[in-house]
Ligand binder design. Structure first.
Ligand SMILES: Nc1nc2c(ncn2[C@@H]2O[C@H](COP(=O)(O)OP(=O)(O)OP(=O)(O)O)[C@@H](O)[C@H]2O)c(=O)[nH]1
Ligand SMILES: [Mg+2]
Length: 288
């Protein structure tokens, strides 16, 4: 049963029952909102229903949506015309970074938001990583800038920025190695790479995207906290939204760390990415 169906069933069954709001808190925890936010939201809804005498399951779900709208955040992350744009794609192992780089390159080109795109193989840690990006580049007809495995990722980024300037490309999308948020040395290395890009790309629109796998639940919050303490995160990409029946992570990330969600990944194909709409997301989440 989808999360929306469970929410619907909950309100339909017990619309007059006081236990409803406790059950709602439990359900929101399962939906990945995190315990403290789930309890707070359920209490707010309880108070709102009493004060405004809201009745009927549709009206209650709409009230719940308006509460969640206040906690969630979205951001429009698009290349700025006339500037060099650098999007650095970060996250722990296996969340979908490399796929997201290719999807974003294709998306921005299709939407006419980038004139020339370069993919930078900033994952120099895994031997096959640059090849994986090259394959995407070949399929999409997009230039990939890479160096030998083991190279300094900062140097790859430096090269890619130079290549963009000489090709007249206006967007560099940079893949990075999946790093454990629990490894201090890897997180320090990330801070170093970030400084190199900031220096080299002065005057450009430099954005850092954190990729979070929607199916990992509350672990995603810890990832956001650690990455956010190493670099400034401009937006989240929530991947694998197609593989989860919950997906409230976007709300929890906004509430806990002020992180806005920029994109949602919904499959393995290039077209399976879309800008995040909080309003549209909540309609799906709550079955409105
Ligand atoms: N269902 C689904 N699968 C996805 C999505 N995004 C990525 N994947 C799959 O997740 C797997 C890992 O994707 P990668 O892009 O290689 O992940 P990564 O973060 O680059 O992995 P590392 O480089 O090993 O850290 C692949 O099989 C992708 O096809 C998504 O939105 N939905
Ligand atoms: Mg990768």
């Amino acid at each position: 049963m989808s999360f929306a169906d469970r929410i619907k069933a909950l309100f339909r069954k017990e619309a007059s029952d006081e236990g409803l709001f406790d059950d709602l808190a439990d359900l929101l925890v399962e939906g990945d909102l995190g315990p403290s936010l789930s309890i707070a939201v359920a209490e707010e809804l309880r108070a709102a229903c009493r004060e405004k005498t809201i009745r009927g399951d549709d009206a209650i779900r709409r009230e719940l949506k308006s509460i969640l709208m206040r906690y969630g955040r979205q951001v429009d992350l698009v290349p700025i015309a006339g500037k060099l744009n650098i999007f650095l794609v970060l996250g722990v192992n296996g969340v979908g970074k490399t796929t997201t780089c290719a999807k974003l390159a294709d998306h921005f080109r299709q939407e006419g938001l980038a004139q020339g795109v370069i993919l930078a193989a900033g994952d120099t840690f895994r031997a096959a990583a640059a090849d994986q990006l090259r394959i995407h580049g070949e399929r999409l007809g997009i230039r990939v800038v890479a160096q030998a495995p083991g190279a300094d990722p900062g140097a790859v980024l430096w090269d890619a920025i130079d290549a963009a300037r000489s090709d007249g490309a206006d967007l560099v999308i940079a893949d990075t190695a999946g790093r454990m948020h629990t490894r201090n040395d890897l997180m320090r290395e990330l801070g170093k790479m970030d400084k190199i890009i900031s220096t080299r790309a002065e005057g450009s629109n430099y954005r850092r995207l954190l990729v979070v796998d929607s199916t990992t639940g509350q672990n995603g919050l810890r990832q956001a906290e650690t990455f956010g303490s190493a670099v400034t995160i401009d937006g989240v990409v929530l991947t694998k939204q197609d593989s989860t029946a919950k997906g409230g992570m976007a709300i929890a990330l906004a509430k806990e760390y002020g992180l806005p969600t920029a994109f949602v990944g919904t499959g393995e194909g290039y077209g399976d990415i879309a800008p995040f709409s909080l309003d549209g997301f909540l309609d799906g989440f709550l079955g409105l």
